[in-house]
Ligand binder design. Structure first.
Ligand code: NAD
Ligand code: SER
Length: 310
C-alpha cells in the first residue's frame, strides 16, 4: 500500500508549525507537504503557496503530491473574525467546503478540521460543558465553527467522508505565536513575564477558560487521526479538556518562578467573547472512544513555557 501523503493548509500558524514538526516524524519529511498563504524566511520544505479560497490551485497541489490526507488549519480566529465578519465566514466556510468536496469526490481520503470551544455560547452550561448541550454561539467565529461541525457530520453521514475534528480549547505553546484569538493572553503573559516582569491582561482577573498545552493538543490531533474509523463515533467534533484557569491563577503559577511578576487588567472587546464561552469541558466521549488523556497541568506547563522561552 502506498504511504499516506499529508497536506497541511495554514501550516505557518500557531498550530501548523508544531503539527508539521510532529507529522513529519510520523509520516516522513517528504510525505508532509506544508502550505500557507504566506511563506516564512526559514520555510521548511516541501512547501506550496496556497490560498485555500483558490480551489483550482488546491486541486493542482493535491494532484502534484498525490495527497491522501488534509489538515485544514487556515481560518480567522475569534478576535480577528469579529473585526471582519464577512471575510471570516467566507474563509472559514469555503475553505472547509473545498476540502470536504474533494473527499466526497474520492480525491482525498481523510480530513482533519479543527473546531473550537467557541461553538458554545452564553446559554450553554459553562462548567463541565457536555459534548451534547445547548449551542447558541454569538461570535462569527463560533457560528462558523458550529456550521462547520454540522457540515462535517452531514458529509460523513451522507457521503461517507472520513472527517475528524476536535473542539480545541485555547492552545498554549512556546514554539509559535498565537494568531488573533481570545485566549492569546495565556501565551503573551509568559513572554512579558520574562521580558518585563509585568503584563497587562485584556481579560479580567476571574475569567476562567478551558486551555491546553500545545504538546497535548498535537498528540490529541494525531491520536484522533490515527484511530480506527469505527472508534471515531462523533463526526461533528469531540470535546477535549486540558487545564482550566483564569488570569489570576496563571499569574500565581508564574510567580513561583518570577516572584516579582505583576499583572494588571484592562479588559477590551475580547472580554465579551470570553464571557460567552465555557469555563471547563467534559471530555468523557474522547476518553472513551479513542483514549484521550491530557498530560499537562498549569504548573507543569508554566515550567516548560518559561524554561523554553528563556
Ligand atoms: P493561526 O492564525 O495561527 O494560523 C492560521 C494560518 O493559516 C496562518 O499561518 C495563516 O497565514 C494561514 N492562512 C490564513 N488565510 C489563509 C488562506 N486563505 N489560505 C491558506 N492559508 C491561510 O491559527 P491557529 O491558531 O494555528 O489555528 C488553526 C486552526 O485551529 C483554526 O481553524 C482555528 O480556528 C483552530 N483553533 C485554534 C485554537 C488556538 O487556540 N490556536 C483553538 C481552537 C481552534
Ligand atoms: N483560541 C481560540 C480563540 O481564542 C479558540 O478557538 O479564538
Amino acid at each position: 500500500m502506498a504511504a499516506d501523503k499529508v497536506l497541511i493548509i495554514g501550516s505557518n500558524g500557531q498550530i501548523g508549525l508544531e503539527l508539521a514538526e510532529n507529522l513529519r516524524k510520523v509520516y516522513g519529511e517528504n510525505n508532509v507537504v506544508c502550505s500557507d498563504v504566506r511563506m516564512l524566511e526559514n520555510q521548511i520544505a516541501p512547501f506550496e503557496l496556497l490560498d485555500i479560497l483558490d480551489v483550482q490551485r488546491l486541486h493542482e497541489i493535491v494532484k502534484k503530491h498525490q495527497i491522501t490526507q488534509v489538515y485544514l488549519l487556515a481560518a480567522l480566529l475569534s478576535a480577528t473574525a469579529e473585526k471582519n465578519p464577512k471575510f471570516a465566514w467566507e474563509l472559514n466556510m469555503n475553505g472547509l467546503f473545498h476540502v470536504l468536496d474533494m473527499a466526497k469526490e474520492g480525491i482525498i481520503k481523510k480530513i482533519y478540521w479543527p473546531s473550537s470551544i467557541a461553538v458554545f455560547g452564553p446559554t450553554t452550561p459553562r462548567v463541565h460543558t457536555p459534548q451534547y448541550t445547548i449551542m447558541e454561539p454569538n461570535t462569527i467565529y463560533g457560528i462558523s465553527k458550529q456550521a462547520g461541525e454540522r457540515y462535517s457530520e452531514y458529509y460523513h453521514q451522507k457521503y461517507g467522508v472520513d472527517v475528524r475534528s476536535i473542539r480545541y480549547p485555547g492552545l498554549i505553546g512556546w514554539k509559535s505565536a498565537p494568531g488573533g484569538g481570545t485566549t492569546d493572553y495565556a501565551v503573551h503573559i509568559y513572554h512579558e513575564a520574562l521580558k518585563h516582569q509585568k503584563y497587562e491582561c485584556f481579560l479580567s482577573a476571574e475569567t476562567t477558560l478551558p486551555m491546553m498545552y500545545m504538546e497535548d493538543a498535537i498528540r490529541a490531533t494525531i491520536d484522533l487521526m490515527e484511530a480506527p474509523a469505527e472508534k471515531v463515533k462523533i463526526r461533528s467534533a469531540y470535546n477535549v479538556a486540558g487545564i482550566s484557569f483564569n488570569p489570576e491563577e496563571i499569574a500565581a503559577s508564574i510567580r513561583k518562578h518570577i516572584p516579582n511578576f505583576s499583572i494588571s487588567y484592562q479588559p477590551d472587546f475580547r472580554q465579551a467573547i470570553a464571557d460567552s464561552w465555557p469555563q471547563s469541558i467534559d471530555d468523557t466521549r474522547a476518553r472513551e472512544d479513542w483514549g484521550w488523556q491530557p498530560k499537562y497541568d498549569l504548573d507543569k506547563m508554566t515550567a516548560v513555557m518559561l524554561e523554553n522561552i528563556k
